[in-house]
Each structure stands twice: as structure tokens, then as C-alpha cells.
Design a protein around this ligand. Structure first.
Ligand code: ZN
Length: 218
């Protein structure tokens, strides 16, 4: 990849977002992964403080406001770099999103094995779906109230389990310097998290409290 600034021809280095001499925003290196966009090592384990620092520096350097008086090409480059920096930050900050991205980087995806409920939670998923169906048809009254309490208890238990799974994911990234998690294990863990999130979403929907903040994509 050409490593010279398009504007002043100074050597800009591979994957640099801005020219070190004239500060012009550089075109994104084709095929650069999200780790490279922020200049981070390509590892599952990410140092949170380092990520914040690099994100703030990168977004400041490429921010469109800084390049307002620039030419259309410079503004376009600034917007593209800004979008890439934001996407990299959002993806790498969240351990679940980072894990999914890691699968993609390694040529596989979470849904590749089909919509199969992970065996670890199959029985609970089934029971919960049944309970939700009962609740939906129960209506108001004592029977509905009892079911609602049961479902609320399930929601609490699943939410705690989800937290524990996320913590487990972060711990597993940190082993073997963040590079040694087998893809099968990663997929299994992420798949369990995805199903628990879906289940929690179904619970929220059924409880009629709307649905906020949980990622339901597979
Ligand atoms: Zn330059």
C-alpha cells in the first residue's frame, strides 16, 4: 500500500489516518481491519484504557469539524475516516461484538451452523417459551399474576446468567494473550449469549414493557 501522503507526499506510514506532516486525512487502507484502524494489535484481548485513548486521539484527528474549510475531497476523506473510527470503537469496546467480529475476521460467522439452540440451554429456552405462551393467553387475574411473577424471576435469573457469560468471555479472551481461544469455543459462547439475549427480548416483549438495549441479531 502506498505510504505517502496524497496531499504533500510525506511518508505517512501504513494505515495512518492522518499525514504526520500536513495532517491531511488519508484514504483508508483497503482491507484494513478494525484493529488496524485504531492502531491496536490484532488480538481478542483489548486493553480498555488503550482503546479509549486511541479512539479519542483518532476521532479528534479526523473529525469533520476540523476539516470544515477543506476541499470536498478532504471533507469526504474525513467523513469516511470518522465513520471507520466510530465503527472500530463500537465493535472493539463490546466483548460480544468484538467476538463476533473476530469470527468474521477468521472467515466464519455465528449463524453458520444454522439456527440451533445451544444444547446447554435448550431445555430452559423451551420451558421459558412455553411459560411465555401461557402468560400471553392467561390474561389478567390471579393465574396471570402468578405466571407474571414466575416469568419475572426467570428474567432476573437469565439477566444474571448473561452477565456471568460476558464476564467469562472477557476472562477467556485474556488467556493465552488473547489469541488462543479456539473458534469453536468462541462460537459456542457467543451463541449461548445470543440465545439468552433473544430469550430476554421475548420476555420483555411478552411482559409488555417494550424492549430496550439488548441486541437481538444473530
Ligand atoms: Zn501530508
Amino acid at each position: 500500500m502506498a505510504a505517502n501522503c496524497w496531499k504533500c507526499s510525506a511518508p505517512a506510514g501504513p494505515c495512518s489516518l492522518v499525514c504526520p506532516r500536513c495532517e491531511a486525512v488519508q484514504p483508508l487502507t483497503p482491507g484494513a481491519d478494525l484493529f488496524a484502524v485504531l492502531g491496536l494489535p490484532r488480538r481478542l484481548s483489548v486493553d480498555g484504557a488503550e482503546l479509549e485513548r486511541r479512539y479519542l486521539a483518532a476521532s479528534r484527528a479526523v473529525h469533520p469539524d476540523r476539516h470544515q474549510t477543506a476541499t470536498p475531497r478532504e471533507r469526504e476523506l474525513s467523513l469516511a475516516a470518522s465513520a471507520a473510527v466510530n465503527r472500530a470503537y463500537r465493535t472493539l469496546k463490546d466483548p460480544v461484538a468484538r467476538g463476533r467480529y473476530w469470527l468474521e475476521l477468521n472467515g466464519t460467522r455465528l449463524g453458520d451452523e444454522g439456527p440451533r439452540v445451544p444444547p446447554e440451554i435448550a431445555a430452559e429456552v423451551f420451558e421459558t417459551q412455553e411459560k411465555l405462551a401461557e402468560l400471553r393467553s392467561a390474561g389478567n387475574g390471579p393465574e396471570g399474576d402468578a405466571l407474571r411473577r414466575e416469568v419475572e424471576a426467570l428474567r432476573g435469573a437469565f439477566a444474571r446468567r448473561l452477565d456471568a457469560l460476558r464476564d467469562g468471555l472477557v476472562a477467556c479472551y485474556a488467556t493465552a494473550n488473547g489469541a488462543g481461544v479456539p473458534l469453536d469455543e468462541l462460537r459456542r459462547r457467543l451463541s449461548e449469549i445470543a440465545y439468552l439475549r433473544t430469550l430476554l427480548g421475548d420476555i420483555e416483549d411478552t411482559m409488555g414493557e417494550g424492549f430496550r438495549g439488548t441486541d437481538r441479531r444473530h
